[in-house]
Design a protein around this ligand. Structure first.
Ligand code: UDP
Ligand code: MG
Length: 321
């Protein structure tokens, strides 16, 4: 039977917890599936930890992971993923803004053969332009850069197949880019509209500062996506173009000097030719170095350059009639 793990990051959500856990478990019980709820306390200082501990003592289906300090939502999710034992992992926010009633629909979509199903907060209930506008821009940018076209990357409500999570590694604030990372792992990704509610208790943990960090992470993703497996294809190519340009200009100047007897010592073109040759060579060498680094990276982590969806073995010989 399928087993579900629901992972919930919690940072200072003391008043949400008493509503959250029962709401989630009620929905999960109705699915009739085997399940566990994993609340990751991300260094809360408002009594959330005690409240979670208290709840865990009276419930068999709740596991609480308490982090030493506040590491951020991405790390909290990663900690939950590492603890999860289910075949399917569902994540949602701990502030009741996501609706657990959407879980069965996510599961149904996943069962259609997807590896990742993302929630889309079609009618988002967050206040004001300061939240919605940066998020619009971020969603558009992420789509352009990563090539994974979703309406909403920031929605925590998502369902993952466990095998997919095993292959993904989270850093920084990369949880927003999980669909892009999943895509790099060859995942099949779907998106469905989900409910979104205003925050009733507690405060949002994010402001405008997040937008900048998201932009930086976007650069990292863009870099990883193109350069990670074949850096030489990028740096080497650009290096080659520069090198050829420099050599071309050099030849032209040499002809001017030796065939036509012109003086070229004062020409800006001479400097340009020198610059192009030097930077071309450097880019080329950089590409080679990056290539070496990437090989070490892949091999030291035991990360193959491919991902297997499934292996279908033939019937053992004795069974063939
Ligand atoms: N969160 C966390 N660690 C943090 C910040 C947030 O675990 O450092 C959790 C928070 O408790 C909530 C979820 O991540 O369950 C989303 O945070 P929030 O609601 O503040 O984000 P918003 O919905 O405003 O984007
Ligand atoms: Mg929220």
């Amino acid at each position: 039977m399928q087993r579900l793990s629901v992972v919930i990051p919690i940072y200072n959500e003391v008043d949400n917890i008493p509503h959250l856990v029962p709401a989630v478990t009620e929905v999960l019980q109705k699915t009739g599936l085997d399940y566990e709820v994993i609340c990751v306390d991300d260094g809360s200082r408002d009594g959330s930890t005690e409240r979670l501990r208290h709840l865990a003592r009276e419930r068999h289906d709740l596991k609480v992971v308490v982090l030493r300090r506040n590491y951020g939502q991405t790390a909290a999710l990663a900690a939950g993923f590492d603890q999860a034992t289910g075949d399917v992992v569902i994540t949602l926010d701990g502030d009741l803004q996501n609706d657990p009633h959407d879980i069965p629909r996510l599961l149904a979509k996943l069962a259609e053969g997807y590896d990742l199903v993302c929630g889309w907060r079609q009618h988002r209930q967050d206040d004001g332009l300061t939240r919605l506008l940066p998020s619009r821009v971020a969603n558009w940018l992420i789509g352009q850069v990563t090539g994974v076209k979703l309406h909403d990357y920031g929605c925590t409500l998502k369902a993952y197949r466990r095998e997919l999570l095993r292959d993904m590694h989270l850093y920084g604030e990369l949880h927003r880019f999980l669909p892009a990372l999943a895509d790099m792992e060859g995942a099949r990704i779907a998106e469905i509209p989900v409910q979104h509610h205003p925050r009733r208790f507690g405060r949002s943990k994010y402001g405008l500062g997040r937008t900048l960090r998201v932009l930086m992470d976007l650069l990292t993703i863009a870099f990883m996506k193109t350069f990670l497996t074949r850096p030489m294809h990028v740096f080497g190519l650009v290096g080659l173009v520069f090198l050829l340009l420099g050599l071309g200009l050099g030849t032209y100047l040499a002809v001017l000097k030796w065939v036509w007897g012109q003086s070229i010592g004062q020409r800006p073109l001479l400097f340009l030719a020198g610059l192009a040759v030097t930077s071309g060579l450097q880019l080329f060498c950089f590409g080679l170095l990056a290539e070496l680094l990437m090989r070490t990276y892949h091999e030291s982590q035991g990360r193959p350059i491919y991902r297997i969806r499934e292996v279908v073995a033939g019937r053992p010989h004795a069974l063939v009639d």
